[in-house]
Design a protein around this ligand. Structure first.
Ligand code: SF4
Ligand code: SF3
Length: 541
C-alpha cells in the first residue's frame, strides 16, 4: 500500500505498512483499484464525448465510489470489492456502447477474483506515476475531486444535481491518465477543480437551505437526558431527517456527534422534541466517548475510528458511503428510504448516555444569519471594535501539534473574531472567548462544506466596504486540514483569489517540493509557526 492523502500520513510522507487511520493494506489497495476503475470510466466518457446528463446511474455510482475512498469513510474490504465489481460492470457496458477502441488499460483491464484485484491494485496505485511533480498534481486533483464527490452526493440525496459537475469530474479523472499533459496544464486543472469546488458547495448550500431553512443562531445543549438514545455522526442531513422521523414518539432520543452538530442550527430539525443536543467532540475522540454514550451510533459518512472493543463495534451502524467490517450497513430502498428500526430497537434495550459535559454552545452563523447582522458587524469594524476576522475553518485531527489552534484562539486579541466551519471548531468552540457588542467571538457557520458561507460573507463585506480585492479585507485565513474535503475547500478559496492562506498543522505530504513552491509563489500559501509569532504576523498584516 501507499497512501498520503491525509494530514496524518506516516512521517508526513506516506503510509506504506498500514494506515495511521487504521486502514489496512488490503483496503488501501482495493481503494486504489476502485479509483483506477473510475479513471477508466472517465476515459471512456471523455473519449466517447458522452453527455453526463444521460448517465445518471453512473454519475451517482462514481460519486459514491469516490466518497468511499475518503479518509475514515470506509474500512470494509468486502464493500469496496463489491463496488469495484459494480463499477467494472458499468464500465464494460459503457465501452461496448461507445464502440471505442484503443482505450487506456484502466478502461479495459479485467480482474474477477479478489486475488486478481489485489495483483492489479499494486501496479496502479499512487506510486505508478513516477515523476513526483506530476504525481503530486494528479493526486491534488484527485483529492479535490473526492471532496467534490462527497459534497455532490449530499446534494444529490436532497434532489439537487448539476450535470456540469459530473462532467468536470470525468474530465479531471481522465486527465490523470494522460501522460501528455504538462505540469502547467495540471496546475490549470487544479484551479478548475477549485472552481467546481465552489459550484458544488453552493449547490449543497442551496440543497440544505431550501429543504431545511437557513441556519440561525442556536444554543445547542451538550448535556444529556435520561432516555435511551442514538448518536448520529457524519455529514448527511437526509439521514438525520429520516432518523428523527423514525424515532418520533418512540421514547428514544437523538444526539449529534462531530460534524453533525450544525444540524441543530437548521429550523426544520427544531420541531423534533427528541432531538436533544450534541454529544462529545470531534471525530478522533470517539473511542472514549462512544463507550460512555452506551447507545447505538449511526455513521452517515467519515470520520470513523476503528473501534477498540467488540462491545462498541456491535453498536456501530453505517450507511451511505461509510462502512466498517462487522458493522451493520443500512441500505436505502429504491426511493432512498432507509429503515433504521434495527438501530431504534437496539437503543431501547441500552442504558441512557452518561453525562460527560453540561451547558450549551452557540452556532448557526452561516451566511444568511451573519448577513442579517451585517449592519452590526460593519459598524463594529468601522468603529474599531473588531480589528480582524480569522477564518479558522477545516478539520480537526489527533496530532498533538493541533493544540496550536486552541492556544491560538485563546491568545488572539479580544478585538478579533473567529469564523469557523468543519470539525476544526472543536479546538476552541467550548472556550469562553466572550463577545464583541453581542457578537460572539467564535462564529460557527456549520460543517466543512459551509466554509462556502464564510466565502459568501467575505464577498459581501468586500462589497459593503467598496473594495476591489477580497484580500484587502481585514480577514486572515489560518486553516486546519485533515482529509480530502479540506483539500477542495482550499482549492475553492484559491480559485476565488484568496491569498496568503496558512495551512496546518503541517503542509500536505502529497505536495512535492516543486508543487509546494508553485503554491507558495503564486498564492502565498504558508504553514504555521509558533502561536505568538503567527499572531504578531497576522495582526501586523
Ligand atoms: Fe495514511 Fe491518511 Fe491514507 Fe489513512 S488516509 S492510510 S492515515 S495517508
Ligand atoms: Fe472533520 Fe472528519 Fe474533516 Fe467535515 S469529520 S471536517 S475531519
Amino acid at each position: 500500500m501507499f497512501c498520503y492523502q491525509c494530514q496524518e500520513t506516516a512521517r508526513g510522507t506516506g503510509c506504506d505498512v498500514t494506515g495511521v487511520c487504521g486502514k489496512n493494506p488490503e483496503v488501501a489497495n482495493l481503494q486504489d483499484l476502485l479509483i483506477y476503475t473510475l479513471k477508466g470510466i472517465s476515459d471512456v466518457v471523455v473519449k466517447g464525448k458522452m453527455d453526463a446528463s444521460t448517465l445518471p446511474e453512473l454519475n451517482h455510482e462514481v460519486f459514491s465510489s469516490l466518497f468511499m475512498t475518503i479518509t475514515n469513510a470506509n474500512f470494509d474490504d468486502w464493500a469496496i470489492e463489491k463496488q469495484i465489481k459494480k463499477m467494472m460492470g458499468l464500465r464494460d457496458s459503457l465501452v461496448k456502447e461507445s464502440g471505442l477502441s484503443g482505450l487506456h488499460d484502466a478502461a479495459t483491464f479485467q480482474a474477477e477474483s479478489k486475488e486478481a484485484m489485489m495483483e492489479k491494485a499494486v501496479k496502479v496505485g499512487v506510486l505508478a506515476t513516477e515523476n513526483e511533480d506530476v504525481r503530486s498534481l494528479r493526486e491534488l486533483i484527485i483529492y479535490g475531486v473526492k471532496g467534490i464527490a462527497a459534497y455532490g452526493e449530499h446534494a444529490t440525496n436532497l434532489g439537487k444535481e448539476d450535470n456540469s459537475i459530473y462532467a468536470f469530474v470525468y474530465e479531471a479523472l481522465a486527465a490523470t491518465l494522460d501522460d501528455t499533459l504538462t505540469a502547467d496544464a495540471l496546475v490549470a486543472l487544479t484551479l478548475k477543480t477549485g472552481e467546481y469546488g465552489v459550484k458544488v458547495m453552493a449547490l449543497l448550500d442551496e440543497a440544505n437551505t431550501s429543504k431545511y431553512g437557513n441556519p440561525e443562531i442556536t444554543q445547542v445543549n451538550i448535556g444529556v437526558r435520561k432516555n435511551p438514545a442514538i448518536l448520529i455522526s457524519g455529514h448527511d442531513l437526509t439521514d438525520l431527517e429520516q432518523l428523527l422521523e423514525q424515532t418520533k414518539g418512540t421514547g428514544v432520543d437523538v444526539y449529534t456527534h462531530g460534524e453533525m452538530l450544525p444540524a441543530h442550527y437548521y429550523p426544520a430539525f427544531k420541531k423534533y422534541d427528541n432531538f436533544v443536543g450534541n454529544y462529545g467532540n470531534s471525530w478522533w475522540k470517539q473511542v472514549g466517548e462512544f463507550e460512555s454514550f452506551h447507545g447505538p451510533i449511526l455513521f452517515t459518512t467519515n470520520c470513523i475510528v476503528p473501534p477498540r472493543s467488540e462491545e462498541v463495534r456491535n453498536r456501530i451502524f453505517t450507511t451511505g458511503s461509510s462502512g466498517y467490517p462487522g458493522c451493520l450497513h443500512i441500505y436505502p430502498d429504491e426511493n432512498g428510504k432507509k429503515d433504521f428500526s434495527a438501530i431504534i430497537e437496539m437503543a431501547k434495550k441500552l442504558p441512557a448516555p452518561e453525562e460527560i459535559e453540561t451547558g450549551t454552545i452557540v452556532g448557526g452563523f452561516a451566511h444568511n444569519q451573519v448577513l442579517a447582522l451585517a449592519d452590526k458587524v460593519v459598524d463594529a469594524v468601522k468603529n474599531g471594535a473588531i480589528k480582524k476576522f480569522f477564518v479558522m475553518a477545516g478539520c480537526d485531527g489527533r496530532m498533538k501539534s493541533r493544540e496550536y489552534y486552541t492556544e491560538f484562539a485563546q491568545k488572539l486579541p479580544k478585538d478579533t473574531v473567529i469564523l469557523t466551519a468543519g470539525c476544526a471548531k472543536y479546538r476552541y468552540n467550548k472556550l469562553d472567548l466572550g463577545d464583541i457588542g453581542g457578537i460572539p467571538r467564535v462564529l460557527d457557520a456549520g460543517q466543512c462544506n459551509d466554509s462556502y458561507s464564510l466565502v459568501v460573507i467575505a464577498l459581501k463585506l468586500k462589497e459593503v466596504f467598496g473594495l476591489d480585492d477580497v484580500n484587502d479585507l481585514p480577514i486572515v485565513y489560518n486553516i486546519g486540514w485533515y482529509e480530502q474535503k479540506a483539500v477542495i475547500v482550499l482549492l475553492a478559496l484559491l480559485y476565488l483569489g484568496v491569498k496568503n492562506i496558512h495551512l496546518g498543522p503541517t503542509l500536505p505530504g502529497f505536495l512535492s517540493p516543486n508543487v509546494a513552491k508553485v503554491l507558495v509563489e503564486t498564492f502565498g500559501i504558508a504553514g504555521i509557526g509558533s502561536v505568538d509569532d503567527d499572531i504578531a504576523l497576522f495582526m501586523g498584516q
